[in-house]
Design a protein around this ligand. Structure first.
Ligand SMILES: [Zn+2]
Length: 204
């Protein structure tokens, strides 16, 4: 495998570990899709986790503005799914620290642990396993900026855009693989439903 794994390498690794599944899925927000991805299934294995996070860290390090602030850089994840990636990227970069946000329950906003204080002008790289709808990363960016810290970029293992995915430019955005799943707004517009293909409901 290359030092930065190719799109084909990443897809093969995700399929081999059961992290990438093909079929007919219904997400919690009602979207139907022809593929489903659960990166933590691939991150169960130390060697795969290392391959993905070291590859991603190399893309990040190639950015001169970010490379210049690595010793002070905070790696921040919006949820637990991003944690193995965040720790792997932090270790490979030798960045300053890792922490993450979470929410009390689904309807609560993201927040950090008690006593975790961000510093004004702190440089932050947002890291997650996947960018799909962008809800969590958008909220995390707002939370970080509301504390006076500065987001310098975003990095994810897989970019799987949906019609709702926001554009974070001009921030640099790094990903190892892009998956173009086919999404349908609901069952009524879903070709897979029309063809009567068995439906699996996604609960995460
Ligand atoms: Zn369907």
């Amino acid at each position: 495998m290359h030092i930065v794994p190719t799109q084909e390498d990443v897809v093969a690794l995700l399929e081999q570990t059961g992290a990438l599944r093909h079929g007919h899925f219904e997400y919690k927000n009602g979207l139907h899709a022809n593929e489903y991805l659960q990166v933590p299934l691939a991150m169960r294995y130390y060697q795969h986790a290392k391959t993905l996070s070291v590859g991603l860290s190399r893309l990040v390090r190639a950015n001169p503005e970010i490379r210049a602030v690595i010793p002070e850089l905070s790696i921040v994840a919006p949820a637990t799914g991003g944690l193995p990636v965040a720790y792997g990227v932090c270790e490979a970069l030798r960045a300053h620290q890792v922490y993450w946000a979470e929410r009390e329950n689904e309807n609560e906003p993201l927040r950090f642990r008690q006593y975790l204080k961000q510093v004004v002008d702190e440089r932050v790289l947002l890291v997650d396993d996947i960018l799909r709808t962008g809800t969590n990363l958008t909220q995390l960016k707002k939370l970080v900026e509301s504390n006076g810290a500065r987001v310098v970029g975003l990095a994810v293992v897989v970019y799987q855009p949906t019609p709702q995915t926001p554009d974070f430019s001009p921030l640099p955005f790094f990903y190892l693989a892009k998956l173009d799943g086919i999404y349908y707004q609901d069952a009524a517009t879903c070709d897979l439903c029309q063809r009567g293909e068995a439906l699996e409901r996604i609960w995460v």
